[in-house]
Design a protein around this ligand. Structure first.
Ligand code: SF4
Ligand code: SF4
Length: 145
């Protein structure tokens, strides 16, 4: 049987830290809709601009403002959250894939890197997370090639 390359263990590590969660226009619309508020309010209350891109802010605990023992906006979360751990670096570089295993217990070492890449690209394709535009997409996302 093929090993599952990734299964989230809900540890919350990837929701900790400032500045990692970029929101595209599509992300803003989806998240505002999920929260039942306007995009202006979403941006004003929950984001900060860095390097020309909007990021979700963190709470006093250092976690994403929407983290409450898990993602409290799961159906509306941004593309970058949906794509983890299938980020560009982890797909193209086996060493990166090995390194993230300490940080993300959901990554299954037994599956091997090639299988991680295969399952990751399939997942990104299925979830429509591959349409990469360097002007608006988070750098961690890849294109479909
Ligand atoms: S670090 Fe990995 S296992 Fe932990 S919450 Fe994030 S995706 Fe899930
Ligand atoms: S939006 Fe959800 S998944 Fe993304 S960092 Fe915040 S709490 Fe985590």
């Amino acid at each position: 049987m093929t090993e599952k390359a990734f299964e989230c263990r809900m540890c919350g590590h990837c929701c900790q830290g400032e500045g990692g969660i970029v929101m595209t226009a599509h992300d803003r619309a989806r998240l505002a809709d999920h929260l039942g508020i306007g995009e202006d309010e979403l941006v004003r209350r929950y984001s900060a601009e860095r390097g020309g891109k909007l990021h979700l802010i963190t709470g006093e605990d250092g976690y994403c403002v929407f983290f409450r023992d898990g993602c409290s906006v799961h159906p509306g979360r941004p593309a970058i959250c949906r794509a983890w751990p299938y980020f560009r670096g982890n797909l193209i570089d086996e060493i990166s894939w090995e390194m993230i295993q300490e940080y993300c217990p959901g990554v299954n070492p037994a599956a091997g890197h090639a299988e991680f890449v295969r399952q990751g690209k399939q997942y990104l394709r299925d979830e429509e997370l591959l349409r990469y535009d360097p002007d608006v997409s988070p750098n961690a996302l890849i294109s479909d090639d």
